[in-house]
Design a protein around this ligand. Structure first.
Ligand SMILES: Nc1ncnc2c1ncn2[C@@H]1O[C@H](COP(=O)(O)OP(=O)(O)OP(=O)(O)O)[C@@H](O)[C@H]1O
Length: 239
């Protein structure tokens, strides 16, 4: 299990995370939600070791090195210029000292033009390529930053199915998303980050409360304010 205890991270004077506790269990899908700027990506970067200047403790409870056993899907995957999709996949495997594999079976699902330059892919295709690089490797944990974002509807459904099957195989998956329905359909538990800390952990039976908690009083105040800015009987309203 990946265990996060008392995690704190600041950028200069800006304390983004404080006293965050969270677990990622093998064989489970854990969603991380929170408003823009709540610190979700920062938490994922601490977990994977892309950021190291944090306080608190992040460890794999059986002592496995986290990086070696964890695959990460960044929010905006980066691709080197002049590298085809296939070369990118080969690069990912070689960088981890893994044997090259045949990508065709997986790619028959994602249907990418692997011999074209990756930097020329559309945003959704880039996300699929970065996903493909994870799927052809055998990770115990997957950390996915907005994996559904940018994918077409078919790919979204397929990704949901892939995640459920990876979970059934015992993988632990941590993902962020702003699409509540997708999260509640796939996750076993969801953590809500607010004000830099965990506002609440929800188990599946409690997901109903999540919508209410997200659309809190603050949101109701904004809707009331919007009604003043855009009154229903505006200048263009026919009478
Ligand atoms: N490299 C950085 N330097 C300074 N501040 C940063 C840096 N990266 C993020 N931040 C700040 O940290 C806070 C949390 O950012 P983060 O990207 O973790 O949020 P998030 O929850 O992933 O947001 P979103 O839902 O918009 O993706 C924000 O206030 C952001 O401005």
């Amino acid at each position: 299990m990946l265990s996060i205890r008392g995690l704190g991270k600041a950028y200069g004077d800006h304390q983004v995370l404080q006293q965050v506790d969270m677990d990622l269990r093998p064989g489970s899908i854990h969603g991380l939600v929170g408003a823009n700027g709540a610190g979700k990506t920062t938490l994922l970067h601490c977990l994977y070791g892309l950021l190291t200047d944090y306080t608190g403790q992040i460890r794999e409870t059986t002592g496995r090195p986290i990086r070696e056993h964890t695959g990460v899907l960044p929010y905006e995957p980066y691709f080197y210029p002049r590298l085809t999709g296939r070369e990118y996949l080969e690069f990912c495997l070689q960088a981890r000292g893994r044997l090259l594999v045949d990508f065709s079976a997986w790619n028959s699902l994602l249907e990418l033009p692997l011999d074209h330059y990756a930097e020329e892919y559309s945003a959704g295709m880039k996300k699929k390529l970065a996903l493909l690089a994870l799927l052809v490797q055998d990770f115990r944990y997957l950390v996915l930053d907005e994996p559904f974002n940018g994918l077409d509807m078919g790919a979204n459904l397929l990704l949901k199915e892939i995640l459920l099957r990876l979970r059934a195989q015992g993988r632990g998956i941590l993902l962020t998303s702003h699409i509540l329905g997708t999260l509640t359909e796939t996750c076993d538990e969801i953590t809500l980050l607010a004000g830099g800390t965990v506002q609440r952990h929800y188990h599946a039976a409690e997901f109903g409360a999540l919508t209410t908690d997200l659309l809190d009083l603050h949101y109701q105040e904004k809707v009331a304010h919007l009604a003043q800015l855009l009154p229903s009987s505006g200048p263009g309203t026919k009478v």
